[in-house]
Design a protein around this ligand. Structure first.
Ligand code: ADP
Length: 438
């Protein structure tokens, strides 16, 4: 039975009983008494309904979500329905609150900054990442104009250009307040007259891009010089009478060969570096005999020195290193060839190996030109040289220590450099215990 059917049948039943009782009274006590009783019953029913309506009006004035009092009689059904609506509303509201809380928690955990803006770039709300990126203060800056808080000109002009929340192309800005911080900004249309400003920290990508640009510029520069020399000599040779100027031609050809081998070394080092950088696989686990490796590296250094230096090495008794033989050989050879190239004639170079509590240490010690302290942290950067001219003269590519660093990283080893200008240097490779046997 529907609600109205229940109400109507209840009311009709009550009317019928009242009329019956009043008619019976009219039969036994006279028509006037019967009518009076009927009128009294109707009046009391009317009073009851008026009172319930008044309670309903006062309930309607209460704050939304307040439940109505429990009553009995025909109105109990009305109140029951109303209370059910209130309870359903409460449940829906709690669910909304829960969802809003989850959305806020989610956006607070985001690494990207989000700021909701009203017209005039007035801040509505922002998350902690936006707080960090733009130096805003939560609980204080809401309601303020963002362009008054962040006054950096390119930031302000981006916001003004995209005012009105039109979806914008992202723009990169370098923070003036926080040097080293690069942000990507984007405005997104959102709701009526509202916009979202997204901020993303792209400092790492920006640094990589700068490094890439520098690298390409460096490689081009390194190749340009020998290429110009080679081109110049080839042109001269073309114009020469080779039968009559055979001696000059021979010396020019030697210089061409020298520049060609310089370019060849550079390309070889670049390929080695690229191979180390792209090879994500860990260094292979050969059992590398240290005495054999040191003997090879020492022989190479002696050949490079051509008897201009005193070179010796400590004895290595049956020690083995776990790693990639070719990579380790390239790293150790780079360190020894540097010692030869940066030590004046008559200097001493020593290759040392010792086992330590942490593993093992291979060192190349020289009494050469040494390095000033401020250069040491940058020596492993690609193309970083203390003296560009001297490096080139001695056949350097500026990539040797970058290669060493990569090889060592792949072997969980580290490079420790100590040096005194004018007295010499020590380049030590510290290998972890897990890589040393014997
Ligand atoms: P390069 O090919 O120029 O030698 P490296 O990467 O091998 O490049 O070395 C970087 C720079 O470190 C060199 O240009 C040089 O200035 C300095 N350097 C390296 N080894 C030594 C050393 N044993 N003594 C003095 N300076 C050194």
């Amino acid at each position: 039975m529907t609600f109205m059917e229940t109400v109507w049948s209840g009311a009709l039943l009550r009317l019928f009983v009242s009329a019956l009782v009043s008619a019976l009274l009219g039969v036994f006590a006279g028509a006037v008494s019967g009518l009076a009783l009927f009128a009294a019953i109707l009046l009391s029913a009317l009073a009851l309904h008026l009172r319930q309506m008044q309670r309903l009006v006062s309930w309607a004035k209460q704050p939304a979500g307040t439940e109505a009092a429990e009553v009995s009689g025909p109105w109990s059904l009305v109140y029951g329905y109303l209370n059910r609506r209130v309870r359903n509303g409460q449940v829906a509201q709690m669910e909304l609150k829960r969802q809003l809380k989850r959305f806020r928690q989610g956006s607070e955990a985001l690494p990207d900054g989000i700021i909701t803006l009203r017209p005039g770039n007035i801040i509505d709300w922002f998350n902690p990442a936006a707080e960090r990126h733009l130096g805003l203060r939560r609980g204080m800056d809401e309601g303020a104009a963002l362009t008054n808080l962040v006054r950096q000109p390119d930031f302000v002009s981006y916001l003004e250009k995209n005012a009105g929340g039109r979806n914008s192309e992202p723009q990169v800005i370098r923070s003036v307040r926080q040097p080293g911080l690069t942000l990507s900004l984007q405005i997104i249309e959102f709701g009526a007259n509202q916009s979202l400003l997204l901020t993303r920290d792209i400092s790492a990508v920006d640094r990589l891009e700068t490094m890439r640009r520098d690298f390409v510029a460096n490689v081009s520069h390194e190749l340009k010089t020998p290429l110009t020399v080679v081109k110049g000599f080839v042109e001269t040779l073309q114009e020469m009478d080779l039968r009559q100027e055979a001696d000059d031609a021979q010396s020019y050809l030697l210089m061409v060969q020298e520049q060609a081998s310089r370019m060849q070394h550079l390309v070889e080092d670049l390929l080695t570096l690229a191979g180390l950088e792209t090879g994500n696989l860990p260094a292979s686990e050969d059992q590398v005999s240290l005495s054999g490796l040191l003997a090879e590296v020492r022989a190479e250094a002696e050949a490079l020195s051509g008897g201009r230096h005193f070179i010796d090495s400590t004895a290595v008794d049956g020690c083995m290193v776990l790693g990639c033989r070719q990579e380790l050989r390239s790293a150790f050879a780079n360190l020894t060839s540097n010692a030869v190239r940066y030590t004046p004639d008559g200097g001493h170079i020593r290759l040392e190996w010792c086992k330590t509590a942490q593993g093992g240490e291979f060192s190349v010690v020289d009494d050469g030109i040494g390095i000033e302290a401020q250069h040491i942290p940058r020596l492993t950067e690609r193309f970083y040289r203390v003296d560009r001219g001297r490096s080139r003269e001695s056949g350097g590519t500026g990539l040797g220590l970058a290669i060493v660093k990569h090889v060592l990283t792949r072997h969980q080893a580290e490079l420790v450099i100590t040096s005194t200008p004018g007295q010499g240097s020590r380049f030590s490779v510290r290998l972890p215990k897990a890589r040393v046997r014997g």
